[in-house]
Ligand binder design. Structure first.
Ligand code: PA5
Length: 443
């Protein structure tokens, strides 16, 4: 039997405080799993690890085709339509995969509106055989729609329309969206984002699985890990249930100790995008009605040399959740040096990870002493299975935590505000009243 990832709150909250909240946590879990809370039409992700099984071989076949045909695969999408895949791919591929000339490279577009980014991507692709995975549930999100229009035109020019058609895959809603209409007209291969799965909970659907499989990673193992964590989240008692304990501890720290900012901490730069995915999951789920823990992230030890001072001695509104990896995939031994000018011979013969682990422990003790409570998630290893466990753990805990906070964890009304202004400023048809108002405001 494989070990599971674990969660430890003892450096953050005392067991008595956790026990006092047990009833509230179990009620929130009940609301989530019975589908009786706000946003209950967006709970399709809860059973995705089982529901997706029938599609895995089809997704793998599409990935094999794209991998065989393409030197570069461009994943177009933003927010929940890109962060999950990027998180898994960055965590599991070599840190230098872009320099290794492995075919195909997976790159991303449609997550910004930078003209320079798009110019540089188009220039790179001019001499490459590339394919496109366009992911947009609505099909009308500005950033991916803009990138898709540019890259589809370029691909058709380079390959001809018929060949290009074989190299484009769209992942979108079942029938309503603009991208669905286009994909049907053009005859593209498609996958469905179910109506009951929101973007930030979609990484275990084709949205995440196809780009992850295109990077050559094992999506079956990812789903196996998620399925294992689904069983744990549903069945384990409070004291043994990592998702319930995490939801509980962060709510105690927020409500009773004024810890309004949670830093997700890693000691492996490959986890940087896992934190980006987590930031969207928790920020978009909980930040509403003037409530919610602000999710932020740091890469240690790198950021100890930039953010370390603030964390140790700045405003005492911080809590930390450390993602620790028990066993690295590779071994590097620190060498002995005859001159020992840097004074580091006391480390010779040790693994680099031993130094990293002491940095991790030393930092945790220092931050706890400085008034920053520390929670810790331990992954036995960094592989597909444990990332699957981690993803489902965070999603389930987010649903429970959101209901404990008294908000709807599955909507995101606030993200429309900037879009309305942008469209008014760009004179989008249908926005005439808003255009006049915003121009008046700026004059
Ligand atoms: O979580 C969400 O719902 C958002 O981040 C969306 O995924 C994001 O805005 C992209 O939307 P769409 O897939 O419709 O292009």
């Amino acid at each position: 039997m494989m070990k599971d990832m674990t969660f430890d709150y003892v450096s953050a909250v005392c067991t008595d405080k956790m026990e006092q909240q047990k009833h509230a946590v179990l009620s929130a879990k009940q609301v989530l799993t019975c589908g009786t809370g706000a946003g209950n039409d967006f709970l399709g992700w809860l059973t995705l690890p089982n529901d997706i099984t029938s599609q895995i071989s089809d997704i793998q076949a599409t990935a094999s085709l794209l991998r065989r045909e393409c030197e570069v695969i461009v994943c177009i999408g933003i927010g929940g339509s890109y962060l999950g895949a990027k998180a898994v791919n960055e965590a599991l591929l070599s840190s230098f995969s872009c320099m290794e000339n492995k075919v195909p490279a997976v790159v991303y577009a449609g997550q910004n509106i930078s003209e320079d980014y798009l110019y540089e991507l188009q220039t790179l692709l001019r001499t490459k055989k590339f394919g496109i995975i366009c992911i947009s549930k609505s099909g009308t999100t500005t950033e991916p729609a803009l990138a898709f229009r540019l890259l589809k035109t370029q691909l058709e020019k380079q390959q001809g329309k018929d060949a290009a058609r074989q190299l484009i895959v769209c992942i979108t809603d079942k029938q309503r969206g603009a991208l669905r209409t286009l994909a049907t007209q053009e005859g593209y291969k498609t996958y469905v984002i179910e109506d009951n799965i929101g973007g930030r909970y979609s990484v275990l659907s084709p949205v995440g699985l196809l780009p992850i499989a295109c990077a050559g990673l094992d999506i079956q193992a990812l789903i196996d890990g998620a399925r294992r964590m689904q069983d744990v989240c549903y069945q384990a008692d409070f004291a043994e249930n990592p998702a319930l304990l995490y939801a509980c501890a962060r709510n105690v720290l927020y409500k009773e100790q004024g810890k309004k900012v949670e830093l997700l901490v890693n000691f492996h730069p490959k986890l940087h995008y896992v934190a980006e995915w987590w930031k969207q999951l928790y920020g978009e789920s909980e930040g509403k009605e003037n409530k919610g823990i602000f999710p932020a992230a740091v890469d240690f030890t790198t950021d100890l040399h930039s953010m370390g001072q603030y964390i140790q001695e700045g405003e005492r509104t911080l809590m930390e959740t450390v993602i620790s990896v028990a066993e690295p995939e590779h071994e590097v031994i620190f060498p002995k040096d005859e001159q020992n000018l840097d004074g580091l011979n006391f480390l010779s013969g040790k693994r680099v990870d031993e130094v990293n682990k002491m940095a991790e422990l030393g930092t945790m003790l220092a931050h706890v002493d400085g008034g920053v409570p520390n929670m810790k998630i331990t992954l036995p290893r960094l592989n597909e299975y444990y990332l699957g466990e981690l993803i489902y753990f965070f999603e389930f805990a987010c649903g429970v935590s959101g209901y404990m906070l008294g908000i709807n964890p599955f909507n995101q009304p606030g993200v429309e505000a900037y879009k309305k202004n942008m469209f008014a400023l760009l004179d989008k048809p249908g926005y005439e009243k808003e255009s006049a108002a915003i121009k008046q405001r700026l004059s």
